[in-house]
Design a protein around this ligand. Structure first.
Ligand code: RM4
Ligand code: MN
Ligand code: MN
Length: 426
């Protein structure tokens, strides 16, 4: 299904007076404070986040899965869902495919469909954490790190295939996330596992087209609980350096032990020009994959503050690839994604309000109180009217969730696809 322009406009008409009032008030304050509103709006409008093809249905846990009705049953329908998100929010202009969960059957058709929704193909993701039907070798004891060279070769070949698939779609990057690790002390040899992984990544890297990037994701634990081969940003950074200039670290917000200072990691990577990709989500305990900004919005703002600083001061770091990597157990996936997109834009807008000059001065003067005041002044600003304006400027919805509900989108999807359609993914 597609959103009818006229109905979207009607929905906006109902909120426009309220929006104008709020926007004018905020614009007045911002102008007095010396901010260039149009420049900030342009940055918000340009900020596009990829939606993972595996996040449009119910996620579930290892204890169970509670489906949603009207889930997208194939790649075409997934792209249609992202089209709905993009139409409403104007910030979801990309899709990130997980292979083999979402292998296109007709490449031209899928490219045309994405184009018709104004969606581009972002990073492609390989999967060597599950055994596929008829696979010769098993990943039970690891993939790129496996002690058995036949398994490593199969995993390398899969990544090479994923690059080829992505290339046909116009993707420019491959994300590698490994489940490799051990569950028990003594089960594996740390040094051998790391060396094998490095060698395997180098093999994959060799086949990367010149204008592509390799993103190496890290995660401290899960599915293995004693050790993970690429456990932290340092290991990922080391492997990226070993591979070469086109290899980068990918930060997934949920892939850190509790209380890790992620903004400092972001800063270090950008200083070294090695922050390639970013997976947004939120968590309380681990890789919880919750809605962005739902648990720790201030931490998200501090991370964005580091990202904005890096984007403005680190030309050595390429523009990062942004993606939401979340899972939906109890919310309608589309509503959950709208909330995540809103939280991302909100944190970004607030970070753009930080008075960088004043902050530098306060830091130089060791005025710790002032430093905190500057950050929190930006954080406490209600930037929602700015987000509304950015969406309106691109013909999106003033209030995406409300519009989603007014237009009865889920009800329509259920009518179209039925109550028992199931999306592929985890
Ligand atoms: C992992 C990781 C990867 C994602 C898989 C599905 O925890 O975050 O990015 O590809 O989940
Ligand atoms: Mn991830
Ligand atoms: Mn994850």
């Amino acid at each position: 299904m597609r959103i009818d322009e006229n109905r979207l406009e009607d929905a906006n008409k109902k909120s426009i007076a309220r929006h104008n009032e709020h926007f004018d008030f905020l614009a007045g304050i911002m102008t007095n404070d010396g901010h260039d509103i149009n420049a900030i709006l342009q940055k918000l409008q340009d900020f596009q986040v990829a939606i993972p093809s595996w996040a449009l249905g119910a996620g579930g846990t290892r204890f169970g899965r509670f489906g949603f009705q009207g889930e997208p049953a194939n790649l075409e329908q997934k792209i249609d869902d992202i089209g709905i998100l993009h139409k409403l929010t104007q910030t979801a202009g990309a899709v990130s495919l997980h292979i083999p969960w979402d292998v296109p059957s007709d490449y031209d058709a899928i490219k045309d469909l994405a184009k018709s929704h104004d969606i581009v193909f972002d990073a492609v993701n390989s999967n060597t954490f599950q055994d596929q039907k008829n696979a010769k070798e098993s990943y039970k004891y690891g993939s790129l790190s496996n002690t058995n060279s036949a398994v490593r070769e199969q995993a390398i070949a899969h990544n090479v295939d994923v690059i080829k698939i992505g290339d046909r779609l116009g993707s420019k990057s491959l994300t590698v996330w490994l489940a490799d690790g051990t569950n028990f002390p003594g089960q594996g040899n740390f040094q051998k596992a790391l060396s094998h992984t490095e060698d395997s990544l180098k093999e994959i890297y060799k086949t990367l087209p010149n204008d592509w990037k390799l993103f190496i994701e890290y995660k401290p634990y899960e599915p293995n609980f004693y050790s993970t081969v690429i456990q932290d940003w340092g290991t990922s950074f080391m492997l990226a350096n070993a591979c070469g200039d086109k290899a980068y670290t990918l930060v997934d917000l949920g892939h850190h032990l509790p209380n890790t200072n992620i903004e400092q990691i972001v800063s270090t990577l950008m200083l070294k020009g090695k922050l390639g990709g970013f997976h947004f989500n939120d968590s309380k305990y681990g890789d919880d994959d919750l809605t962005v900004g739902s648990v720790k919005p201030y931490a998200l703002f501090l991370i964005f503050n580091a990202l904005v600083y890096g984007m403005e001061n680190n030309p050595q770091n390429p523009y990062p690839a942004w993606m939401i990597d979340a899972s939906h157990n109890v919310k309608d996936p589309l509503e959950d994604l709208i909330q995540s997109l809103e939280a991302i834009q909100e944190a970004y807008a607030k970070a753009l309000l930080v008075d960088q000059k004043a902050l530098t001065l306060a830091q130089q003067n060791h005025d710790v109180v002032k430093c905190q005041e500057i950050l929190q002044d930006a954080y406490r600003t209600d930037v929602r009217p700015l987000l509304e304006k950015a969406r309106l400027n691109r013909n999106g919805a003033i209030n995406p969730i409300e519009t989603y509900r007014t237009l009865k989108i889920r009800e329509n999807l259920i009518k179209e696809r039925g109550a028992d359609s199931v999306a592929s993914g985890l």
